[in-house]
Design a protein around this ligand. Structure first.
Ligand code: SAM
Ligand code: DTB
Ligand code: SF4
Length: 329
């Protein structure tokens, strides 16, 4: 097995990213075979437990209060309703439930107490629980860990250089600090980004460089294609070419071989064969269910049909709580 590296240079990542496409896919598939069971795909299901009204200015996001988008804004959902949705998602094959809230950061209040209750209750259902709630302090991360949280999603979204063209209400360093708090609390890290926001190839490489040089690689790396939502500043961005998704997935697979790479937002626009290319290039996770947080996603039955055609199998929960230190290469 190739050694896990945390010292990839930008130049090396660029060379990988720019490899002729078929050669890149073959190399990524080779790494994938060494580190993962071929055909096994982890399924996550998303619930937006608190939607819209967010004070941040993320240019891609329909939930920012300052943009006028057509979403259904609602406050914190009741615990029972969330657990009920989790049970249904599990019955449909999801091993992980991801709870999202349109917050800038977590506050130590009753809403956070309710999230803690949700985490405990979904854990009882033998599902991995993930939260994405914005910035976290060390003590809040600790509290989530004690409740049994399995993963925390906090995306870098883009490169450090491109960041202030997309978000001005917080810094790249704020993002990195939260990832640090999550890691310290021994919760697995889910962190990746979005392509199709007007970034350059250098920006994509820069983001992959930051992710792959973290003290530990994120255990999961979501690669999202921008879903352009009317009313947001990025509403007129054109669709990401599939070869760009493939290059992102394959490069992530090669430089972070043990991570689960998630083919995230944007699948609705991709054909079965385009998605198949991404699986070949090392993607081994998806969000399933007919809705992401606020935008549509492929129908569950359609995804299961794709699994059947491609010979993919849903991965069971808690299969490998692997950290890089626990498993020697
Ligand atoms: N508020 C929290 C935060 O920003 O971390 C959690 C929820 S936020 C919606 C989670 C992630 O969804 C963002 O970091 C971004 O990567 C992704 N996202 C949001 N809107 C998107 C869009 N229109 N297209 C693709 N990804 C999007
Ligand atoms: C991630 O990387 N993508 C998911 C999840 N983590 C939280 C969210 C995608 C959101 C797409 C736009 C929406 O549905 O609002
Ligand atoms: Fe708020 Fe998160 Fe959307 Fe940014 S991405 S506006 S922080 S919900």
């Amino acid at each position: 097995m190739d050694k896990i590296r945390h010292d990839w240079s930008r130049e090396e990542i660029k060379t990988i990213y720019q490899t002729p496409l078929l050669e890149l896919i073959l190399r990524a598939a080779d790494v994938h075979r060494q580190y993962h069971e071929l055909g096994e795909v982890q399924i996550s299901s998303l619930i937006s437990i608190k939607t819209g009204g967010c004070p941040e200015d993320c240019a891609y996001c329909p939930q920012a209060a300052r943009y006028h988008t057509d979403i259904h804004v609602h406050g914190m959902m009741p615990v029972e309703e969330v657990v009920d949705k989790a049970r249904k998602a599990k019955a449909a094959g999801a091993s992980r439930m991801c709870l999202g809230a349109a917050w800038r950061e977590v506050r130590d209040n009753r809403d956070f107490d309710r999230v803690i209750e949700m985490v405990k209750a979904i854990n009882q259902e033998q599902m991995e629980v993930c939260c994405t709630l914005g910035m976290l302090s060390e003590s809040q991360a600790q509290r989530l860990a004690e409740a049994g949280l399995y993963a925390y999603n906090h995306n870098l979204d883009t490169s450090e250089e491109h960041y202030d063209k997309i978000i001005t209400t917080r810094t790249y360093q704020d993002r990195l600090n939260t990832l640090d708090h999550v890691r310290k609390a021994n919760i697995t890290v889910c962190s990746g980004g979005i392509i199709g926001m007007g970034e350059s190839e250098e920006d994509r490489i820069g983001m992959l460089h930051t992710l792959s040089n973290l003290p530990q690689h994120p255990q999961s790396v979501p690669v999202n294609a921008l879903v352009p939502v009317p009313g947001t500043p990025l509403e007129n961005q054109s669709r990401v070419p599939v070869q760009d998704m493939v290059r992102m997935v394959a490069t992530a697979r090669i430089i972070m071989p043990r991570s689960v790479v998630r083919l995230s937002a944007g699948r609705l626009e991709m054909s079965l064969s385009e998605q198949a290319l991404c699986f070949l290039a090392g993607a081994n996770s998806i969000f399933a269910g007919d809705k992401l947080l606020t935008t549509p996603n492929p129908e569950f039955n359609e995804d299961m049909h794709m699994f059947e055609i491609l010979g993919l199998r849903p991965r069971e929960a808690f299969k490998e709580r692997m950290t890089e230190t626990e498993v020697a290469p």
